[in-house]
Design a protein around this ligand. Structure first.
Ligand SMILES: [Ca+2]
Ligand SMILES: [Ca+2]
Ligand SMILES: [Ca+2]
Ligand SMILES: [Ca+2]
Length: 688
């Protein structure tokens, strides 16, 4: 019984067995006490969910692990405890039959029965592992609706033959509600022709599409004032002026742009806001987040490498048999990211230096060390201040830990987030964070270069200590060959567990000539989360079961939103130099769901979008944690509303919002299969 993936009796039993194994290894290890504490918490939650007393839960767990208690007449002498345990284990097979019947009765009362192997898995811990290995993902077909939905955008790179590195790195995409009518509109970032070598025809433009609410899109770029061409890369969405509509920050090769949304028309306010950056800088990922908890959104901007056409020719990356080629950035100089503090009056101050995000290399000549392509804002350690993970390409990742006084300390290596298990820097690109296991641990996932596994850094019962568990999580091996750019966590099948979608594609169109393991176009990969009791929780969904999602593309950016209002999450993938792939989620699993949209209160120190808020939902014995954060994946932004899969649960037992700044608000949930809007309520929100 694994529906929902959370604290079922069977999962609790599996957890109990794990604790016993740890105790056998060394009873005095601190981890045993930690696990016991966690067990007590889960037992209490489960007891409440099932309406049982805690000792009854213990008895059920004992029964699952060791079979039913023996008759008093059959009690074994205490000094024969070892034999007794063996006897009880041998009874487990018989007990399994009893349990299956009991489970059968329980399952029969639920609308969605679990697979039989899961019921078997519940009977004995060893069977859990065996069965979990074979757990089959559900059918998760995605349908290419790009043309049918009216999306005609094609990304252009400006390439004319010199193979300049920026040509292969774009571009971003965003789902956001630009006109405030409740559905998710779609923005594509384009590159441009090079000034030194214009191509025939019109210059490439970005494109904004308005959603009609049913997933059909109309190009409104010109009307919205976004027609100005420039060599764009990524985008960040955030209501920086707290007036109720989302604004846009574009990163670019050259000067960046900030557009203020004035009732659906975007006005370039870059100069007044002071966020253009250095004209020689190549900016990539960007994120709005309130790092100083003063109620307005600040801006973090990643820069990639020090680049110009002349530098590109001096580096002169080549592949034998190909000549000049697109390749990794090892021989380019690094950069510093930007951190801009929002002054609340329409202007920003560059605080990069004072805040401590300008990291220089430890080795001579001690130049700027970052080569940023991805940023993940999240309160990594749960201290109430948002931190920034910066994914650097071929350089160790930086974790900027927010000290809460306006400054950051770089703790990537110290917290275990900088390198691979072998201590190597990887070719990091897209990044996302999420509570994969519904158990209080947090993970950062990072897409990496070809022949590098996707990184899965999971906190070790300590939110300031992470280890790469890519292989045990089941992601390492199937992700190694792929060159991954975009990547995000979302609950594709609405079972309450976060799944992973990663978008792949090589830099160099002729790569197959020199590396037969690689191809320019690569299939995106969907990993289904089978839950914490599985031997390797993530299972790669076979390409044949994902529909058009697995069509090989030159994958780059990616984002998700429920474009058609049916409760499941649809996706968009971008290509460098090609059309995007808009994918409608056509799952038909009958699961329940709840969407939660937050509205902050700037006067109370909570930004209007509630970016950075954490929402915890308990339903069906499963507790899920999600963060309101549009910035995820590569150069891209996903929708603000949170989608919680409820599986078979028909009610939400508890919903708690922790607003940026730390105020906690309990929210009553009147129903499911709908979107719930939660406004910050000073009367209900209690500061921790
Ligand atoms: Ca702020
Ligand atoms: Ca923090
Ligand atoms: Ca899922
Ligand atoms: Ca949908």
């Amino acid at each position: 019984m694994t529906e929902g993936g959370g604290f079922t009796l069977e999962r609790l039993a599996s957890f109990r067995a794990k604790i016993e194994r740890e105790r056998e290894k060394a009873p005095d290890r601190p981890v045993v006490a930690q696990l016991e504490g966690e067990y007590a918490r889960r037992r209490a939650e489960l007891a409440a969910a099932l309406g049982l007393a805690e000792p009854e839960v213990d008895a059920r767990v004992e029964e699952i692990l060791y079979g039913p208690p023996p008759d008093p007449g059959e009690l074994v002498p205490e000094d024969d405890a070892v034999i007794g345990r063996a006897l009880r284990r041998s009874l487990a097979v018989a007990a399994a039959v009893v349990l299956l019947i009991a489970l059968g009765i329980w399952l029969a009362r639920r609308p969605e029965p679990a697979a039989p192997e899961h019921a078997l898995a519940a009977a004995a811990p060893h069977a859990v592992e065996a069965a979990a290995t074979e757990a089959a993902p559900p059918a998760l077909p995605f349908t290419d609706v790009t043309a049918a939905a009216g999306v005609t955008f094609v990304h252009s790179t400006g390439a004319y033959g010199d193979k300049l590195l920026p040509e292969t790195m774009g571009g971003g995409v965003a789902f956001f509600d630009y006109d405030g009518d409740g559905d998710q509109d779609l923005l594509f970032v384009n590159s441009d022709h090079w000034r030194h070598r214009p191509l025939p025809g019109a210059r490439p433009r970005h494109a904004l599409y308005e959603n009609d609410g049913a997933g059909r899109f109309t190009d409104v770029t010109a009307r919205a004032g976004l027609g100005e061409p420039f060599y764009g890369q990524g985008v960040a969405v955030g209501d920086y002026d707290n007036d109720g509509d989302p604004d846009l920050f574009f990163t670019a090769v050259g000067l960046n742009r900030l557009y203020e949304n004035r009732g659906g028309r975007f006005v370039d306010v870059t100069a007044r806001a002071g966020v253009a950056g250095d004209p020689d800088e190549w900016s990539t990922a960007a994120a709005f987040a309130d790092y100083d908890n003063d109620g307005d959104l600040d801006l973090f901007v990643a820069n990639y490498v020090r680049w110009s056409k002349e530098i590109d020719f001096a580096v002169d990356y080549r592949l034998v048999g190909v000549g000049r080629a697109y390749g990794p950035p090892n021989n380019y100089q690094g950069t510093y990211p930007y951190l801009y503090r929002n002054e609340g009056d329409g202007t920003f101050t560059d605080v990069s230096e004072a805040a401590g995000v300008r990291v220089s290399s430890a080795v001579p000549p001690h130049g700027p060390a970052a080569k940023g392509l991805g940023v993940a804002p999240r309160d990594a350690d749960g201290d109430g201040w948002i931190d920034f993970l910066l994914a650097n390409d071929t350089v160790g990742k930086f974790l900027f830990h927010n000290r809460g006084d306006g400054t950051f300390e770089e703790v990537g290596a110290a917290w275990g987030l900088a390198y691979s298990r072998e201590g190597s820097a990887t070719g990091s690109m897209g990044v996302d964070s999420g509570a994969l296991r519904n158990d209080g641990d947090l993970a950062y996932l990072v897409g990496n270069f070809a022949n590098e596994m996707t990184s899965v850094y999971v906190s070790q019962r300590d939110r300031r200590l992470y280890a790469d568990e890519s292989i045990p999580e089941g992601i390492g091996a199937p992700s190694r060959t792929a060159l991954t750019f975009g990547l995000f966590l979302f609950d594709a099948d609405l079972d309450g567990r976060l799944d992973l979608l990663q978008v792949n594609g090589h830099l160099e169109e002729e790569i197959a000539k020199v590396d037969p393991s690689q191809s320019y176009r690569q299939a995106a990969q969907l990993f289904w989360n089978a839950g914490g009791e599985a031997r390797q929780p993530f299972v790669l969904v076979p390409a044949a079961a994902t529909g058009d999602l697995a069509r090989p593309i030159v994958g780059r950016g990616s984002a998700y939103a429920d474009i058609d209002g049916d409760g499941d999450l649809d996706a968009v993938l971008t290509q460098a130099g090609g059309p995007p792939l808009l994918l409608r989620n056509d799952q038909a699993l009958g699961r329940h769901w709840l969407r939660v949209k937050l509205a902050g209160d700037p006067a109370a120190g909570v930004n209007r979008d509630a970016i950075g808020a954490e929402v915890v939902l308990t339903a069906g014995g499963v507790t899920q944690t999600r963060q309101v954060m549009p910035t995820k994946s590569y150069l891209s932004q996903s929708e603000l509303p949170l989608t919680f899969g409820l599986g078979a649960a028909t009610a939400v037992d508890r919903l708690t919002v922790t607003w940026p700044g730390g105020a906690v608000q309990e929210v009553a949930v009147p129903g499911i299969d709908r979107e719930l809007t939660v406004a910050y309520d000073p009367a209900a929100a209690a500061v921790r």
